[in-house]
Design a protein around this ligand. Structure first.
Ligand code: SAM
Length: 297
């Protein structure tokens, strides 16, 4: 472990993790060295991340803060690199207008999900989060369409033939996902759950990393939270760099990524979930498997 001016940096094999502010840690990276960036910042909606409250004085103040780290991210991206950015539905227009002046926004993705929580009673509740997919060079970027193909639902159980063609041909059975992605949110009973207020599903990162990077490429997440991006990148044979300001989440990353099982003498243990039977059998394994498989495109 290295303690630098304002951050802690730890590396193991193809992983580098930082505990510190994203501005300082991004400054430690070489310009034009990153293939893919996934940025999932605080959304300015009043969430509590450790000792930090996600609240800016106004939308404009929040947007100004985002422009500063976005500028840095673009600098760190290779000329053929890709950038995925998430934020709240209300803040995304600010980022979209700013980004389209600097990079090419190729897709505006909607990640939607069901909510079991409190429902809005006097307006239509928000059941989606927007994601921008941007590239530096629209003529030169990675997009592994075959690696993310999904079933093309025809509505029939047997193979359909397209008789309108000169030579009748079976319809394609797979397709590239469109820009609306249905994936369940991370729930307490899912094996991937960690103690964090806005952890993103591994399935979401899997699609992004497979589509927009190759094996051995470098993936960066400047707001790592529970280090989902790094965990998925690691599983998929990519190199990963993760930055997180809060020490509690950084410790989750150290454990989740198998970098270390202790931090300053503290043993890092997975969450002791109340529903896991003490004989080791997780009563919800089957439910989780089903949930994880639900993909729509
Ligand atoms: C929306 S969460 C990211 C969740 C993550 N994608 C995951 O799957 O767990 C945003 C994270 O950014 C962290 N954060 C907030 N301000 C930061 C800053 N200036 N530098 C680095 N991390 C910061 C928060 O502590 C929080 O964990």
């Amino acid at each position: 472990m290295m303690k630098m001016a304002g951050f802690v940096k730890q590396a193991k094999e193809s992983l580098i993790v930082y505990n510190g502010d994203c501005f300082e840690c991004l400054g430690d990276l070489k310009d034009e060295s990153i293939d893919l960036i996934f940025a999932d910042p605080p959304y300015n909606i009043g969430k509590k991340f450790g000792d930090f409250i996600d609240n800016w004085p106004s939308d404009k103040h929040y947007a100004e803060w985002c422009y500063q780290w976005l500028e840095l991210c673009i600098t760190k991206l290779k000329p053929n690199g890709s950038l995925y950015v998430m934020t709240s539905t209300q803040a995304m227009p600010y980022l979209d207008l700013w980004l389209r002046e600097r990079v090419t926004v190729l897709s505006r993705i909607v990640w939607h999900y069901d909510s079991s929580g409190v429902q809005a009673k006097k307006y239509f509740g928000s059941l989606y989060e927007p994601i921008l997919f941007c590239v530096k060079d629209e003529k030169n970027y990675v997009f592994n369409a075959e690696d993310i193909a999904v079933e093309a639902k025809t509505g029939a159980t047997r193979k359909l033939i397209d008789y309108r063609k000169a030579i009748p041909t079976p319809y394609n059975t797979t397709k590239i996902p469109g820009n609306t992605w249905y994936m369940p949110r991370v729930r307490y009973r899912m094996p991937e759950y960690e103690q964090h207020p806005s952890q993103k599903p591994e399935a979401l990162l899997e699609r992004i990393i497979k589509a927009s990077s190759n094996i051995g490429d470098v993936v960066l997440d400047p707001f790592s939270g529970t280090f989902t991006t790094c965990a998925v990148a690691q599983r998929l044979g990519r190199k990963a760099i993760g930055i997180e300001a809060q020490i509690e989440y950084f410790k989750i990353g150290l454990r989740r990524l198998n970098i270390s099982d202790n931090f300053n003498g503290e043993q890092l243990k997975p969450l002791d979930k109340s529903f896991v039977r003490k004989n080791g059998n997780d009563i919800c394994q089957d439910i989780n498997k089903q949930q994880g498989d639900i993909f729509d495109a």
